[in-house]
Design a protein around this ligand. Structure first.
Ligand code: URA
Ligand code: SF4
Length: 209
């Protein structure tokens, strides 16, 4: 397999991260991040949001088209599905700190449409310093990864989501729960089964809090 270009192998947000700062300073610094190439085509950095003292943090993959335009996490179709599932699981979205493994929208253009592209491992690694800082300031009791990209960002590239969904693992002093990404529910052939399984995971994870 051809390796990533040298500029990508060293890509990192690290040099843009102010040391030891609070959430607001991190968010404004992230707005100017050029840690990898994804800032070039996107509208803006979409930083995490929610109570800085949240007990529960949820991590998605990356902002989508709507999030990129509006500058807020989970405001598009995946966000609406997430809202509904959180409600069904008895979790209050305003009490959750919501963020993403990668803070810029990655896409390809097809006519007027911008089609989501999964971030590369090098981009997830480049963006990780922001997530690490969010974890430092929020100090959640539980972090729930929504989908494989988030799970691999926190638990390593060999982590198998399908073998552990609905479970909590201890990692680097963090309690990390895993479930699928809400977009996978929207894409599922059998929506009802996929949705019910997602809600069941969220209910199981909520018990850990
Ligand atoms: N999908 C994500 O992973 N995050 C968002 O913010 C929106 C869609
Ligand atoms: Fe920086 Fe992350 Fe955006 Fe890359 S995706 S430019 S590392 S904020």
């Amino acid at each position: 397999m051809p390796s990533a270009r040298p500029s990508n192998t060293t890509a990192s947000a690290a040099q843009f991260v102010p040391e030891g700062k609070g959430w607001a300073a991190l968010r404004s610094a992230a707005a100017g991040c050029r840690g990898c190439e994804l800032y070039r085509d996107a509208h803006q950095t979409v930083f995490g949001e929610g109570p800085v003292k949240a007990r529960l943090m949820m991590v998605g993959e990356q902002p989508g088209d709507h999030e990129d335009v509006e500058g807020h996490v989970f405001v598009g179709p995946a966000g609406r599905l997430l809202d509904k599932a959180l409600d069904a699981a008895g979790i209050s979205r305003p009490e959750v700190y919501l963020t993403n493994a990668v803070k810029h929208f990655k896409f390809t253009e097809r006519g007027k449409r911008r089609i989501h592209q999964q971030p590369r491992r090098s981009e997830v690694v480049a963006c990780f310093p922001w997530l690490r800082e969010e974890l430092r300031v929020v100090k959640p009791e539980l972090v729930v990864c929504l989908g494989a990209v988030a799970a691999k960002a926190l638990l390593g590239p060999s982590f198998k989501l399908t073998e552990h969904r609905g479970e909590v693992v201890e990692h680097d002093g963090l309690r990390v729960g895993v479930t699928v990404h809400p977009s996978s529910v929207l894409r599922a052939e059998d929506y009802t089964t996929a949705y019910d399984a997602f809600v069941a995971d969220l209910k199981a994870l909520k018990k850990v809090l």
